[in-house]
Design a protein around this ligand. Sequence first.
Ligand SMILES: NC(=O)c1ccc[n+]([C@@H]2O[C@H](COP(=O)([O-])OP(=O)(O)OC[C@H]3O[C@@H](n4cnc5c(N)ncnc54)[C@H](O)[C@@H]3O)[C@@H](O)[C@H]2O)c1
Ligand SMILES: [Fe+2]
Length: 384
Amino acid sequence: MTAFEFRTAPHIIVKDGAAAEPGPTLDALGRPERVFIVTDAGVRAAGLLNAHVAGLEAARVKVEVYDKVVADPPEAMVLEAGEAAKAFDADAVIGFGGGSPMDTSKIVALLAGSDQPLSDMYGVNNAKGPRLPLALFPTTSGTGSEVTPIAIVTTGETTKMGVVAPTLYADVAVLDPELTVGLPSHVTAATGVDAMVHALEAYSTKLKKNQISDALALRALTLLHGAVEKACTDGSDRKARADMALGAMLAGQAFANAPCAGVHALAYPLGGIFHVPHGLSNALVLPHVLKFNTPDAAHLYAELGEHLLPGLSGSAEAKANAFIAELERICIAVKLERRLTQLGVNHNDLPRMAEDAMLQTRLLVNNPREITQDDALAIYQAAL
Ligand SMILES: NC(=O)c1ccc[n+]([C@@H]2O[C@H](COP(=O)([O-])OP(=O)(O)OC[C@H]3O[C@@H](n4cnc5c(N)ncnc54)[C@H](O)[C@@H]3O)[C@@H](O)[C@H]2O)c1
Ligand SMILES: [Fe+2]
């Protein structure tokens, strides 16, 4: 058999209402006394933190809330949050929100727990720690950041860089699907497609695909395939919300070990340059990257097609095409924009985007088919 390693967060709590009962989280964090919560203004305004903070204060924990996280966390903001955590003398960090607050909180835990400068942390296995104890509460069902060792930061004006290291696995991930009930339909759509892309890229990744990541990716796709459209139509559908939260987490466990590839690599310039939300960026390039990959990945996409659409017949290529068409159908059904031009991208922007995509070597090495800069340009042209 092929040897492999698999890692994930050591402690996962899945419970409706878990955010209002922080006891188990505090136990998992070693009973801290001064907790620094990292979130954003939208999550705070939605009132999602209220019961959590009240629960912490009832447990006599001192709390400071940093709510200035913005989407696609810029480096300066991450550094500011790190300084605020140090000034508060935090002894634990809680990331509470979507991928942006969770990713920020991971780096805050590192910055407040050791002296390593952020500039030395970028890349794979460069962040050394130690870090402060860390709990993550996702409020979108997308990034899977609660169970990944990854934090994505926007450096300079436009480039997105990853800090990837085992020390970024949180001490505890808390899935409380109730937190996602008020997530607006367009955000639900984007984050749901992001999670589906995590699962399919993990399943078709070139280097580290393994039996555990495959099982997680397949289960994630089953849950997400059944739930994303329902949650977009009726946000209060509790089963759809719970299935999405679980599906996104399982996909996160999968791609944390069997990493993402071309779709994410080509999506990042859209987030970095045009501030297109992460999930929507993925959705825009998704069918075009998969069509490009099909010559080398048809058998894997065909397996995913058979998994989601039982009874599919024909050649591997026909089944792969049916899988890609099903993903496209979902993107349309949940009302995501389908053309780059709808987001203000025009023809002249594409060469720079293709150049930027080539910087995502961490992701590109995993793609089932090699993507050159010319290929990236052709894919963007197809998506225009
Ligand atoms: N760490 C990883 O493994 C990983 C993986 C994929 C993406 N990412 C990163 O994650 C970020 C994107 O995260 P995201 O897609 O979760 O979006 P996000 O965190 O940027 O949040 C999007 C918006 O949704 C709002 N929101 C969040 N939860 C809400 C709720 N329950 N109710 C109402 N509004 C709510 C927020 O206020 C925000 O305005 C990007 O920076 C991306 O690069 C990280
Ligand atoms: Fe993603």
